[in-house]
Ligand binder design. Structure first.
Ligand SMILES: Nc1nc2c(ncn2[C@@H]2O[C@H](COP(=O)(O)OP(=O)(O)OP(=O)(O)O)[C@@H](O)[C@H]2O)c(=O)[nH]1
Ligand SMILES: [Mg+2]
Length: 407
């Protein structure tokens, strides 16, 4: 092999491995067979699942930090695990808020630099800035000099920051209340220009600013903020960040699907490498435990478990029944060994033509393994499950947000 096209294919199919690691995987396979390669893959999966993502959220008092930390985790302010909103005593210590399903993704509520009464450099040292992958600075009506200094200092220390202007729904509502007739896009443009010119005055060159409402996270610049953050992360961190996003747009679901898809060949390899116990009634053996775990995880990341559906219904302000009504898959309820064995027997998910299945490009090993092998079955089944769950998740997002709520 070799050449640009196979390299490109490899990096898109296995974004979590760099070229050197892929080479290592190939050598391991040549030297020690599937077993040796699988142990490297197992390690990579552990890294993927164990990656810590600490994200700092800062801004002056009352700008909407806590509400944002809840919104980006798909929580409402009243939910369990939500950050308290409103007039509460501001602590001088960063407070961690973990994601409800991916606890390694953690948002840190930092006191505003003005509140903390430190200069920007002392503040960042005190807040232990090294642990954060990036910073989100939330501003509201007025952009404070402190925020500008902080942004400059963050950049100087080699970290990224995102500037977020919150409560944009309030601005539009006030105009409506005042009886003004206005073009929303134009008004948003004016607010944006105003922010940008103030930021420039404060010495920040061409800053991007995201106008958001924490009450309407499928609207305004919230999706663009999520996408920009994701695209600036390395592949492993991007994977964790993407999977943590609430299902507010069809695009997010597509990206989650891609993220999960790139894990399937890894799981299939591990399944292919373990010593297998034959399953009565099946003409092939495969690692059912891997399938059970993967299906449960895929379902949760795609927001189709009960708790995720409820959270999405809450933020969409729809009855959860409306969302459940469009979920049309047997992959609801308990997923256990029996369920998976029945799936395999029924061949609904494996596909009757599994023996002739032509695999997608599989990095490292090519299509060495027969379709009816443990590798093949796992690969095919998980791909079919993922397609099925994605279709359902897309129907759910349309049922939740299909008709844009009125501002
Ligand atoms: N309309 C609207 N109100 C918001 C938004 N974000 C926050 N608020 C409101 O603004 C107020 C302050 O929000 P918080 O999230 O508590 O702000 P904070 O920055 O955490 O405040 P402190 O912790 O006191 O510094 C609350 O009344 C929120 O409901 C938003 O996007 N839209
Ligand atoms: Mg707060």
């Amino acid at each position: 092999m070799g050449g640009a096209s196979s390299r490109d294919q490899q990096s898109s199919t296995s974004p979590f491995f760099d070229q050197k690691e892929l080479q290592g995987l190939r050598s391991a396979y040549e030297e020690g067979g599937l077993e040796k390669a699988a142990s490297l893959i197992q390690k990579k999966i552990k890294d993927l699942e164990g990656i810590e993502l600490n994200i700092a959220v800062t801004g002056e008092s009352g700008t909407g930090k806590s509400s944002f930390i809840n919104a980006i985790r798909g929580l409402q302010n009243v939910d369990e695990g939500a950050a308290k909103v409103g007039n509460i005593e501001t602590t001088m210590e960063p407070t961690p808020y973990r994601h409800p399903t991916l606890p390694n993704v953690c948002f840190w509520d930092l006191p505003g630099v003005g509140t903390a009464k430190f200069t920007a450099d002392k503040y960042l040292a005190k807040m232990n800035f090294k642990k954060y992958v990036f910073f989100i600075i939330i501003i509201h009506a007025r952009f404070k000099e402190n925020d500008a200094k902080l942004a400059g200092e963050i950049k100087r220390l080699g970290k990224d920051f995102y500037l977020v202007r919150s409560k944009i729904d309030n601005d539009l509502d006030s105009m409506k209340m005042g009886g003004m007739k206005f073009n929303e896009e134009e008004e948003l443009g004016k607010i944006r220009d105003d922010c940008v010119s103030k930021l420039k005055e404060a010495g920040l060159s061409s800053p991007a600013i995201f106008l958001i409402s924490s009450f309407k996270i499928n609207q305004f610049d919230f999706p663009a903020l999520q996408e920009t953050i994701a695209n600036n992360l390395n592949d492993i961190k991007k994977h964790a960040f993407m999977l943590s996003l609430p299902n507010t747009t069809v695009k997010i679901i597509d990206q989650k699907k891609n993220a999960l898809k790139s894990k399937i060949w890894m799981l299939a390899t591990i399944s292919g490498a373990v010593g297998l116990v034959p399953i009565p009634g099946l003409s092939f053996s495969c690692d059912i435990g891997i399938l059970v775990t993967a299906i449960i995880q895929f379902r949760q990341y795609l927001g189709l478990d009960d708790a995720s559906l409820q959270r999405l219904a809450n933020i969409a302000r729809k009855p959860v029944g409306d969302l459940k009504a469009v979920v049309k898959t047997p992959l609801v309820g308990e997923i256990n060994q029996d369920f998976v064995v029945r799936m395999l027997m029924g061949s609904v998910f494996v596909g009757i033509s599994v023996a002739e299945a032509v695999f997608d490009f599989i990095p490292v090993f090519g299509s060495l393994f027969g379709a009816a092998s443990s590798f093949g079955i796992t690969y095919k089944l998980l791909n079919n499950v993922l397609d099925e769950l994605t279709e359902n998740a897309q129907r759910v997002v349309e049922a939740a947000f299909g008709t844009a709520p009125k501002h």
